[in-house]
Design a protein around this ligand. Structure first.
Ligand SMILES: NC(=O)c1ccc[n+]([C@@H]2O[C@H](COP(=O)([O-])OP(=O)(O)OC[C@H]3O[C@@H](n4cnc5c(N)ncnc54)[C@H](OP(=O)(O)O)[C@@H]3O)[C@@H](O)[C@H]2O)c1
Length: 288
């Protein structure tokens, strides 16, 4: 298997590069070697590698900044993804791509299934939805995994932010009205490798769009509470109080869906596996 991986330095891409290593030969790229704002350069790279599988973990993920530079967000999250999908289809090779719970408006008040109509409320969500459409229009053997609240202990992300704040502030205020599924990047990478398997058989048997995120759901506030409790260096925390707050207390450029938790039953029914409970995964992620 010759795997072409985009986004190798991101939270998910970094893990994918490692978990996919047993499956074949990987050519992995990230910005600036490959710049998705210049989609015209994608085809020559794909030609040069001649992959048997393309995996895209690259994305424009800065939700607030996307409101300031929508053209860039669309080039990265939609136009380039469309080019990749056309190339994968032309070569008759599978494409695996990741999308987001932010394609929904969060107003349903219950878990979102793949049957629900997306209604993004910010540029990031709109551009990711356009990326999904580019893939479905191209057709072929694709897997789109919509995931949510991806974190890694390696760099950036919510878990590291909470740990950092806990060492700087006596009181932490975290919103309790944003609810979704925390998803450990490593587990998402591992389940992706598992689905690919040695012969990609289950991709060819069950192509399509799936929700794939940590099992269960929680608020950002509860997630932060668990992070503080599981911190192996709790003695370094100066934080004395964790207070629940509302999204409206922290005005941001981009509006965020409030309840965007994903129902991952279709993935379980199709592939016979699922991501573990978000809290069990967090314990494993934070174990030293
Ligand atoms: N993070 C979340 O909470 C979350 C939630 C739901 C869905 N997702 C989806 O899950 C996937 C993985 O997310 P992640 O958290 O691993 O993302 P990430 O850590 O932000 O990684 C994205 C990667 O894409 C690269 N990239 C940015 N601009 C690029 C460009 N112009 N050309 C080529 N590469 C570029 C980034 O490079 P730089 O670092 O140099 O910019 C980075 O290495 C994405 O599809 C994302 O939309 C994420």
């Amino acid at each position: 298997m010759r795997i072409l991986l985009f986004g190798k330095n991101g939270q998910l891409g970094w893990e994918l590069q490692r978990t996919l290593a047993c499956l074949g030969n990987i050519s992995a790229y990230d910005f600036p070697e490959v710049d998705f704002t210049k989609p015209e350069y994608l085809r020559p790279i794909i030609d040069q590698i001649g992959p048997t599988l393309i995996i895209n973990a690259a994305a424009y993920t800065d939700v607030d900044q996307a409101e300031r530079e929508p053209e860039k967000a669309y080039l990265i999250n939609a136009t380039s993804v469309g080019v990749m999908a056309e190339e994968a289809h032309r070569r008759k090779i599978p494409l695996i791509h990741f999308s987001t719970d932010y394609v929904f408006d969060g107003a349903k008040g219950a878990l979102y299934t793949e049957e629900d109509t997306p209604r993004p409320i910010n540029v990031y969500g709109q551009s990711k939805l356009e990326g999904e459409k580019g893939i479905t229009q191209a057709g072929g053997d694709y897997l789109i995994f919509r995931t949510s609240w991806v974190y890694s202990l390696r760099k950036g992300g919510f878990v590291n932010k909470v740990l950092e704040w806990s060492r700087q502030k006596k009181t932490l205020r975290v919103v309790d009205d944003q609810i979704a599924n925390p998803t450990w990047a490593r587990m998402l990478a591992e389940i992706t490798a598992h689905i690919i398997g040695p012969d990609m058989g289950s991709i060819r048997d069950h192509p399509g769009l799936y929700h794939l995120a940590g099992s269960g759901f929680t608020s950002r506030y509860n997630w932060a509470k668990s992070i503080l409790e599981l911190d192996s260096r709790r003695n370094e925390q100066v934080c004395e109080k964790l207070q629940p707050a509302k999204t409206s207390d922290f005005p941001t450029l981009a509006q965020r869906p409030l309840f965007s938790a994903l129902d991952c039953q279709l993935f379980l029914n199709s592939f016979g596996t699922q991501l573990p409970d978000w809290e069990d995964a967090l314990k494993l992620a934070m174990e030293q």
